[in-house]
Design a protein around this ligand. Structure first.
Ligand code: 5GP
Ligand code: MN
Length: 324
């Protein structure tokens, strides 16, 4: 039996499922969780959706987002835990311990690295997004798909492919998007929810962030900085900086774009993007992080200045070693 056949059979036989996604949840994780959750609910299953961080705008406008709980249930007894878009156990953060309360752990993901941690693993790094894997699973398992399920899978694929522009956009992702439209997904409605609809405060934050953009390493590396002060001054959240990293990354001649965000006192989060050849998942893994060949990230301890300096030193070395 293929992994998706085995998972389909667990979903058919089980009654109670727990769905989780990674910390700092993104559109792919949330869209996938909402879609699979609704489909399973319509199939008569008891489903709990769990995220360890509140769902902030714009993702909280996805259909069903208000049903996502933030605290684990007192009672376990789930037939299976489905981890969506999680890359590795550590990305489950504080929820990793819940696994023992679940009969089976099912890992559904499209990341490049890390050991699959599930009892059953549906992993395909060639896939544009976890949303695409959820689409396949729902189809193959014969689970229901209404327009809300289709819309949330569309949102998952759209956010992870940068609206079907990034290099993870495949013919298959586009074919699935077309099928999702036929099942009732409305690209304009979803775009307005997850890609547009920003606050003025976010634009003010972007203005500050743009003023920090610098080129390094002969114009091949570009950085952007966001300090806690900037978030405070504009009244914005960390989640308001989603996709800011595209600005340094899309400067002509740049191969590696980095957004360095201060998330706490001596805590930083670094988002990495590359355009053609540099393997940022491999670069991020040098700092204990991971991701995909063209999009990755890691956390670092230290002041913004120290983290930036340390990152640039290591990135420069990695570049010169032709970090593929
Ligand atoms: P973003 O920069 O949008 O937060 O993340 C881009 C990609 O890198 C995502 O696929 C995400 O899974 C991965 N990523 C981001 N931060 C981390 C991290 O701290 N650890 C790991 N393993 N992957 C990360
Ligand atoms: Mn993803």
């Amino acid at each position: 039996m293929s992994p998706s056949d085995e998972i389909a059979s667990v979903l058919a036989q089980g009654k109670r499922f727990l769905l989780v996604t990674h910390k700092d949840p993104d559109g792919d994780g949330i869209g996938s969780m909402l879609a699979l959750g609704r489909s399973l609910t319509h199939a008569g299953k008891d489903v709990l959706l769990l995220a360890q961080d509140p769902i902030h705008p714009p993702l909280n406008s996805l259909k069903g987002a208000h049903r996502i709980a933030q605290a684990p249930p007192a009672r376990g007894n789930f037939d299976a835990l489905l981890a969506l878009d999680c890359a590795e156990r550590s990305r489950l953060g504080e929820f990793a311990h819940i696994m023992k309360d679940c009969g089976l752990v099912i890992d559904i993901d499209h990341h490049l690295m890390g050991e699959p941690f599930g009892d059953l693993n549906l992993i395909d790094p060639e896939c544009s997004s976890t949303g695409e894997l959820v689409f396949r699973l729902i189809e193959e398992a014969g689970l229901p798909m209404d327009s809300d399920v289709a819309g949330n899978i569309f949102a998952a694929i759209q956010t992870d492919t940068g609206s079907f522009r990034y290099s993870n956009t495949t013919p298959e992702a586009l074919r699935i998007a077309a099928t999702l439209m036929e099942r009732g997904a409305d690209p304009w409605e979803i775009s307005n929810k997850v890609m547009h609809g920003h606050s003025l405060a976010r634009l003010k934050l972007l203005e500050m962030a743009l003023s920090t953009v610098e080129l390094h390493h002969g114009g091949k590396i570009s950085t952007m900085i966001l300090s806690r002060e900037m978030f405070e001054e504009t009244g914005t959240l960390q989640s308001d900086s989603e996709r800011f990293v595209d600005y340094p990354r899309f400067i002509r001649g740049v191969e590696l774009g980095a957004l360095i965000r201060e998330t706490g006192q001596y805590d930083c989060k670094i988002s990495l993007r590359s355009n053609r050849w540099l393997n940022v998942a491999s670069l991020a893994s040098r700092f204990g992080g991971g991701g995909h060949a063209r999009a990755a990230g890691f956390e670092a301890q230290g002041s913004l200045e120290d983290v930036k300096e340390n990152f640039l030193m290591e990135a420069g070395r990695f570049f010169d070693g032709k970090g593929g």
